[in-house]
Design a protein around this ligand. Structure first.
Ligand code: SAH
Ligand code: SF4
Ligand code: F3S
Length: 433
């Protein structure tokens, strides 16, 4: 049988794209295998948000290059954000790659696989929403991603995403509802709405559809029978409206979790990042959220070592982290990306300084997350059962606040059960049904 190997890196949007890639490959009669050695078609779906992502890919593609040297009949395809950022120059670094396909061109994959050519092929056109409308092959039976928009129109000075995913473009409400109905019919109970800035949903749609705001989309989805849980990410703090807070508070299926990247706690750095809010504005939104939504979890992203970040800027970030009491944080060292404004800024911060700040920040965010989890010990949580956990005899699932729970007892995957929490770490909870 004809075979493929697929490895995907990067954010949930990319993982969702990987489901579409899988569907295309399987519609071409290819069957998945576990290692590149066994595969005729080898696909890497890439991320380029930080230099470490590029390096990770470089570590993997070496294996494919070796395989191709021994057997030139193999086809190597690289999809996603890295070739989209580099376009034709990508082939100069990786001459053994047969085709490179940007995220807006994934529908070209079928032709590349079914009718291979001798020449290298690159597909990097800016085409709206194609991947959002493509069918995917889910790997989780009860959970699904729904891409409600693509691209980003913000211009955060450090970020390459707008350059590789194009401007913000929303799908229509009808299209999103149609896909969700089909998912429910297929057994899905939890959906995660995806977009770089979901709060901005609908802003780009034509006038007739202007009533399509994010809160009204949530209300329409909440009305669908069979969807128990609705999650969404990512939210931009500037666009976290009171209407959205009210929607989370009142619509039963909307989960009490908001991922709200703050990036920095320094006014000067936030301005240089072009985030368009101050630390006080951010904290005010978090307070409004915690006031409006009972038991809401707030998680964030933080960058250390942005150009010009001084010791007191970093101290302001630590202060904000203490004030916000985050339930979880993804923390990153700033990484200069070609083509972004910040890459050209003076006063790039030395790697050792960034590393030191990152360690201090991680220590603080983990301590906070552990404290937030600790408060749940002795309480009951509703958990959507996802399947067996890594430890024999226990099950794994998630709370509405998006916390992973490992627990004992009997329950079937896809069910929502009440779990008594007995123990907590900074990332997970333990308990029993
Ligand atoms: N659209 C989302 C996030 C996109 S990228 C949002 O706006 O929140 C995910 C995270 O990667 C960002 O929140 C940011 O914290 C981090 N990031 C993006 N560019 C980066 C860079 N050049 N260096 C370090 N971290 C970066
Ligand atoms: Fe990047 Fe900012 Fe857009 Fe997020 S909002 S994808 S960080 S430019
Ligand atoms: Fe996602 Fe990485 Fe692209 S974070 S949008 S896969 S650059």
């Amino acid at each position: 049988m004809d075979t493929y190997y697929l490895r995907s890196f990067g954010c949930q949007m990319n993982e969702h794209d990987a489901e579409r890639i899988r569907a295309v490959l399987e519609s071409q009669g290819l069957a998945p295998v576990a290692t590149p050695d066994e595969a005729r078609v080898i696909v890497y779906n890439t991320c380029t948000v930080r230099r470490s992502a590029d390096e990770r890919f470089a570590g993997h593609i070496g294996a494919a290059a070796r395989i191709k040297r021994q057997d030139p009949r193999r086809t190597i395809i690289v999809t996603g954000c890295l070739p989209q950022a580099e376009r034709e120059a990508f082939f100069a670094t990786y001459p053994f790659v047969d085709a490179a396909i940007g995220p807006q061109n994934l529908d070209r994959l079928a032709d590349v696989v079914s009718a291979p050519t001798r020449e290298r092929q690159g597909f990097f056109d800016d085409r709206p929403l194609l991947s959002g409308e493509m069918a995917g092959r889910r790997t989780r039976p009860f959970q699904a991603w729904v891409q409600i928009m693509t691209g980003c129109t913000n211009a955060c000075s450090y970020c390459i995403v707008p350059l590789v995913r194009g401007p913000e473009r929303s799908r229509t409400v009808q299209s999103i509802l149609g896909e969700t109905h089909a998912l429910v019919a297929d057994g899905v109970r939890e959906i995660t709405l995806l977009g770089q800035n979901v709060n901005a949903y609908g802003r780009d749609l034509p006038r007739a559809a202007q009533e399509a705001t994010f809160p009204s989309l949530l209300a329409a989805l909440d009305g669908i029978d069979g969807i128990e849980r609705i999650r969404f990410m990512t939210s931009h703090p500037r666009d976290l409206s009171d209407d959205l807070i009210a929607a989370i508070a009142t619509l039963p299926s909307i989960c009490e979790h908001v991922h709200l990247p703050v990036q920095s706690g320094s006014s000067a750095i936030l301005a240089a990042m072009r985030r368009s809010y101050t630390p006080d504005m951010y904290l005010e939104r978090v307070a409004a959220l915690r006031h409006g939504v009972r038991d809401v979890a707030v998680t964030t992203d933080i960058i250390v070592g942005f150009p010009g970040e001084t010791g007191s800027d970093f101290a302001a970030t630590l202060d904000l982290v203490r004030a916000a009491a985050f339930d979880g944080a993804y923390t990153f060292m700033y990484s200069a990306r070609a083509g972004t404004a910040a890459a050209e800024m003076p006063d790039q911060v030395a790697t050792e300084v960034k590393r030191d700040r990152l360690q201090r920040l991680i220590a603080l965010t983990q301590q906070e997350a552990r404290q937030r989890r600790q408060r749940l010990v002795g309480k009951r949580c509703n958990v959507l059962v996802e399947g067996p956990s890594r430890h024999a005899g226990t099950l794994r699932g998630r709370t509405r606040q998006n916390v992973t729970v490992n627990f004992t007892g009997t329950a079937v995957a896809g069910a929502i059960v009440s779990v008594l929490v007995t123990d907590a770490t900074s990332t997970t909870l333990r308990g029993h049904v």
